[in-house]
Design a protein around this ligand. Structure first.
Ligand code: NAD
Length: 498
């Protein structure tokens, strides 16, 4: 059986802990590899490599650091098909979806090619007589990233690109469910000219995460995953004196006003609700039509589209969506659908029994649509993270607005309307981090910052954009006086010495 190890000191190394985890092909249910689960000793080996390499990298001028990313972007483009296929083989999503995953990460790498400009400091000439004041940004030292299974290309790059461009060394702990792509990305970074030891990939589970959170040499931790773990990582990192930004789960609503372009809204819901089998933190999982007539039109148009979704393995280039990631995920989703029925929601499209011929052991769930969902139901409160869309009928705009406002999560939200006043009011009042106006998945581009509110995010600074440069650097401010200003200028002495 193929074993996936770690990437430490510029090369692949085998695991030594003796612990491994199965990596499945979600379309067939077969175990295709075993991934090593690191011990504290292996994590320490990565930290020692990072520590040895980081000072020289930080002293490398920013244009040279940027050039590594120019080359890396080139390599990502050259290897796009290979990378997307590798990703799909462990995640299960379609190759087109996986290309999107890599491209979203690539865009962050393009963004950090501007690091000489992005990490420039500030300078005030003449803050006092012959006194200048300047602020500089210095790397944190060693940063770490802990990432989820659903975007094994994009999310590692959200983290390591700005961290490394800023002059840090980096330790990535990817999801143990699809660990191959992050290792391949690290190899390509070396090919692009990154010195060994600056980007290390340590595979593992809670043991590796806890080793990161308590390691005295790691200064900053970035996490993306489910909310309970995000909360735990944030608290533990902070208690150990580390800077942390932790992003959690979501329940993204889309409000459909009576004046919305219904075809546009329905098509948007299909992509945002069922794309990648609903395994996106920005997936729309709740549709909120305003008024009975809007709701009836919406449900009527959604049903045939959901019923005709093409579901297949990643090797089917015509498939709209693939399987979910693991048997556990499959069972959890099935359990939640059954719970929704018990609670009295109306399952108008039932994908529970979907089977794909030739792939009977794959983790395929057919598209599901619930109507008449109410806020007390478990399927409304919980992030299902599968191809299940809930319709909550609202009688007015105010009632629709109050639903995402009161929800625990605050990642993304969208409104479909032609009314500029309603859209403006919505964007201004809503307590959620990323808003779409006639855009279903409002993921900010690399030069803006990505992050939710409420239980979707812990910490102050977001991913990518200028926030990421702030997160991966520390500010140092220097006040300097030159000899010519000492006589007659500010006096920094005891009053009695004047
Ligand atoms: P997860 O929380 O299970 O795992 C995330 C990471 O934490 C993995 O690297 C995993 O190994 C590690 N981990 C798991 N259990 C741990 C424990 N007990 N202690 C320490 N570390 C642990 O998440 P997942 O299932 O891989 O990803 C799906 C979740 O991620 C969803 O909730 C989704 O909404 C969320 N997500 C959020 C965003 C965002 O930007 N807000 C983006 C993508 C995914």
């Amino acid at each position: 059986m193929r074993e996936i190890g770690h990437f430490i000191g510029g090369k692949k190394v085998a695991g030594t802990s003796g612990r491994t985890s199965d990596v499945f092909n979600p379309a067939t249910g077969e175990v295709q590899a075993k991934v090593a689960l690191a011990s504290v000793v292996e994590l320490r080996a990565a930290v020692e490599n990072a520590k040895a390499a980081q000072p020289k990298w930080a002293a490398t001028n920013p244009q040279r650091r940027a050039r590594v990313f120019f080359k890396f972007v080139d390599l990502l483009n050259q290897h796009m098909d290979e990378l997307a296929t590798l990703l799909s083989s462990e995640h299960g999503k379609t190759v087109e979806d996986s290309k999107g995953d890599v491209i979203r990460g690539l865009e962050v790498c393009e963004f950090v090619c501007g690091i000489p400009h992005l990490a420039k400091g500030e300078f005030t000439e003449g803050a006092g007589p012959a006194i200048d004041m300047y602020s500089i940004r210095q790397p944190v030292g060693i940063g770490a990233g802990i990432t989820p299974f659903n975007f094994p290309g994009m999310i590692p790059m959200w983290m390591f690109a700005p961290a490394i461009a800023c002059g840090n060394a980096f330790i990535l702990k990817p999801s143990e469910r699809d660990p191959s792509l992050p290792i391949r990305l690290a190899e390509l970074m070396i090919e692009a000219g990154l010195p060994a030891g600056i980007l290390n990939v340590v595979n593992g589970d809670k043991t590796a995460v806890d080793a990161i959170l308590t390691d005295p040499d790691i200064g900053a931790v970035s996490f993306v995953g489910s909310t309970p773990i995000a909360r735990y990582v944030y608290g533990t990192a902070a208690m150990n004196g580390k800077r942390a930004q932790c992003f959690g789960g979501a329940k993204n609503h889309m409000i459909i006003m009576p004046d919305a372009d219904m075809d546009q809204a329905v098509n948007a819901l299909m992509g945002a609700g069922y794309g990648s089998a609903g395994e996106r933190c920005m997936a729309v999982s709740v549709a909120v039509p305003v008024g009975e007539e809007t709701a009836n039109r919406l449900v009527e148009k959604l049903i045939p589209k959901i019923e005709s979704l093409r579901i297949g393995p990643y090797t089917d280039d015509k498939a709209d969506m693939g399987p979910v990631v693991t048997k556990d995920a499959y069972n959890r989703i099935q359990g939640l659908i059954n719970k929704g029925i018990e609670e009295g929601a109306k399952l108008v499209v039932d994908g529970r029994d979907f089977k794909l011929q030739g792939y009977e052991d794959g983790y395929f769930v057919g598209g599901c649509l619930f109507d008449n969902v109410t806020p007390e139901m478990e399927i409304y409160k919980t992030e299902i993270f599968g191809p299940v869309l809930s319709v909550v009928r609202a009688h007015s705009y105010e009632e629709a607005l109050s639903l995402p406002m009161k929800h625990e999560y605050g990642n993304g939200v969208a409104i479909y309307t032609r009314d500029g006043d309603a859209a403006r009011d919505f964007a201004s009042r809503i307590n959620i981090g990323m808003i779409g106006i006639n855009v279903p998945i409002p993921v900010p581009l690399a030069y803006h910052s990505f992050g939710g509110w409420k239980a979707s995010s812990f910490g102050d600074l977001n991913q990518h954009g200028t926030d990421s440069i702030k997160f991966w650097t520390r500010t140092k401010t220097v006040t300097a006086r030159w000899p010519s200003g000492i006589k007659g200028g500010a006096e920094f002495v005891m009053p009695t010495m004047k």
